[in-house]
Ligand binder design. Structure first.
Ligand code: 8DG
Ligand code: CA
Ligand code: CA
Length: 333
């Protein structure tokens, strides 16, 4: 997951509310480590972002699903005073600011950030003097800190896609490659590049682990010239860094190797958005199916999931659960 995302980036009439709700969400995730509050603020921001007109009061907001008493009071406070005491307090809390700052480094989570702050490390500069405290991923996060903060323009991802496909197809023309995430949803810029790959020989139930391992390593080895650093290399998931040309920033690149029979469920899942995925999973359950990044399964009367349903394209998944098909660009919830 890339860091610091805001579902309200395209300015909507409630963008000011969304901004403070997302700031509170990030605070709960990174500083308080309260995932329930994080989800509640994020959900509320998403709900407000989807409104076509500006909310005029907390009372009005409270009528919306996902906005309760506490958030509606914050909306009133913001409308009346133009600010929020809670946010002001967070801004004046040096420890909270330091933790938020450090969690922007790829590989540094809330727990690590809190440990570092305890050790007196509060800035990226401090951290550059204490590299012995960091693991491989965190060291690369620090090395590319400025670059990873920069959004990737769509045109650059297209160029990376072309280069990646040319290299991979040169290795083996039977690979299928799809860039998912916000890029597939048509966003003008993205936080990172989420690549899914499959190959006809990658069937489920066969020696997937071993086969997958050698196949992914071979694939990534073939990307020399595009991939400039490796964060981690698993059996089916590569996390790394790529750079299109010397004059451009380094970019975060993930590649996942998926068995053919799971490819479309994986494409759907990694296209997102994460809020859209949640909506779709909930709908699937209402229709008696359980959906995840691997497969769609009917739930029998006993509540136990049955055999995965055969899927030949993304549309199949929508059809099975009787959900009107949404093009990737329509999944920006
Ligand atoms: P961005 O990179 O431009 O910020 O946006 P994104 O492409 O939508 O987000 P992402 O963090 O790269 O995740 C890609 C998709 O993966 C996301 O749209 C939906 C799916 N996804 C979830 N939950 C999670 C999760 O916890 N981790 C990861 N890596 N992906 C997730 O629904
Ligand atoms: Ca990603
Ligand atoms: Ca992404």
């Amino acid at each position: 997951m890339s860091k610091r995302k805001n579902p309200c980036e395209s300015r909507n009439p409630n963008a000011q509310f969304c901004d403070f709700l997302m700031e509170l969400a990030e605070y709960e995730k990174n500083v308080s480590r309260n995932i329930h509050k994080y989800n509640a603020y994020k959900k509320a921001a998403g709900v407000l972002a989807a409104q076509s007109r500006k909310i005029q009061s907390g009372e009005e907001a409270k009528k919306l699903d996902g906005i309760g008493d506490k958030i509606s009071k914050k909306i009133d406070e913001y409308i009346q005073t133009g600010k929020l005491r809670k946010i002001e307090n967070i801004h004046h809390d040096e420890k909270a600011q330091a933790i938020s700052m450090l969690t922007r480094i790829s590989g540094v989570g809330p727990v690590k950030a809190a440990e570092l702050v305890k050790d007196g490390i509060v800035t990226v500069e401090d951290l550059k003097r204490s590299k012995h405290l960091l693991n491989h991923h965190q060291l690369l996060g620090l090395k590319y800190f400025e670059d990873f903060e920069k959004k990737i323009p769509r045109t650059e991802i297209k160029a990376i896609e072309n280069k990646l496909k040319a290299l991979v197809f040169d290795l083996d023309s039977n690979f299928t490659i799809t860039i998912c995430g916000s890029f597939r949803r048509g966003k003008p810029e993205s936080g990172d590049i989420d690549v899914l790959a499959t190959h006809p020989s990658l069937k489920l139930g066969e020696t997937k682990q071993k086969h997958g391992e050698t196949m992914l390593k071979r694939l990534v080895d073939y990307l020399k010239g595009l991939v400039i650093d490796v964060i981690s290399m698993g059996d089916t998931k590569f996390m790394g860094v790529c750079r299109l040309s010397e004059d451009l920033p380094a970019r975060r690149l993930d590649i996942r190797l998926i068995p053919c029979d799971q490819y479309h469920c994986a494409i759907l899942y990694f296209t997102g958005s994460d809020v859209f995925n949640k909506t779709m999973r909930t709908h699937a359950l209402e229709k008696g199916f359980t959906l995840n990044e691997y497969y769609l399964r009917p739930i029998g009367s006993t509540g136990v999931p049955g055999e995965p349903v055969p899927i030949t394209c993304e549309e199949d998944i929508f059809d099975y659960i009787e959900y009107p098909y949404k093009k990737p660009e329509e999944r920006n919830l």
